[in-house]
Design a protein around this ligand. Structure first.
Ligand code: PGA
Length: 251
């Protein structure tokens, strides 16, 4: 059977959750599986990155500094993440934007730094309920994308993964419907295609926001949805595996 032109990705964002026991459990559970048609990424808290290592899945960081080194107390550089075999970095998650004042400029600098280091940014965008209700959804998402596009240029987007995460769906159990996700993903792809059609066609766009074992298949089967960024359900090995397998089995 024909597989998708874009390889799906399922990334588990543990946020500030989990412990050493979960690290071992998750690693063992994932290694009992074969993921031939999906790239599985685990993004545990920083302190566990050095203790997780696998041929079955990749490691992602939840954040990074855009600076190389120096007097930046509490920060972690990309070269340090690389020493832990990190391949992906989540940038611009709505929680970073909201609680740590990361604005579009900060996000753009981090995306640029991740690319410069040769890693893959998972660049997050997404609207609040108020923005959606005000009919400003597409305008808002375009401005979040353009803030990064204007700094790194379209060619660099060939190495960027976008995660569309409507804020109203994060951790709320309220998922975008498959149709709502598809509508936005198609918009994002078209927005990139205005600059470069080939890059847009190849770009992986993940959906995030209350993805679970029960809804993953219907969301991921939308043509412009290339997998997911999963929070809560990525802490439960069985649920996370169900989600990864839903992406693995896409045709
Ligand atoms: P959730 O989180 O799956 O718990 O809604 C998604 C995310 O914030 O990445």
């Amino acid at each position: 059977m024909q597989h998708r032109i874009r390889r799906p990705i399922v990334a588990g964002n543990w946020k500030m959750n989990g412990n050493a026991a979960l690290v071992g459990e998750m690693q063992q559970a994932l290694e009992s599986q074969q993921f031939e048609n999906v790239s599985v990424v685990v993004c545990p808290p920083l302190t566990y990155l050095g203790t997780m290592q696998s041929d079955t899945f990749s490691l992602g960081a939840q954040n990074t500094s855009d600076k190389a080194s120096g007097a930046y107390t509490g920060e972690t550089s990309l070269s340090m993440l690389q020493e832990c075999a990190v391949e992906y970095v989540i940038v611009g998650h709505s929680e970073r934007r909201e609680y740590y004042a990361e604005n579009d400029q900060v996000v753009a600098a981090k995306v640029a730094a991740v690319l410069e280091a040769g890693l893959t940014p998972i660049f997050c965008i997404g609207e609040s309920e108020q923005v959606r209700d005000a009919g400003k959804l597409f305008e808002f998402l375009a401005s979040q994308i353009d803030a990064v596009l204007n700094i790194i240029g379209i060619n660099a987007f060939a190495n960027v993964v976008i995660a569309y995460e409507p804020i109203w769906a994060i951790g709320t159990g309220k998922t975008a419907t498959p149709e709502q996700a598809q509508e936005v993903h198609a918009f994002i792809r078209q927005h990139i295609a205005k600059q470069n059609g080939e890059i847009a066609e190849k770009m992986q766009i993940l959906y995030g926001g209350s993805v679970n074992g029960g809804n993953a298949q219907s969301i991921f089967s939308q043509p412009d949805v290339d997998g997911g960024l999963v929070g809560g359900a990525s802490l439960k090995p069985n649920d996370f595996i169900t989600i990864c397998l839903a992406a693995n089995e896409l045709r």
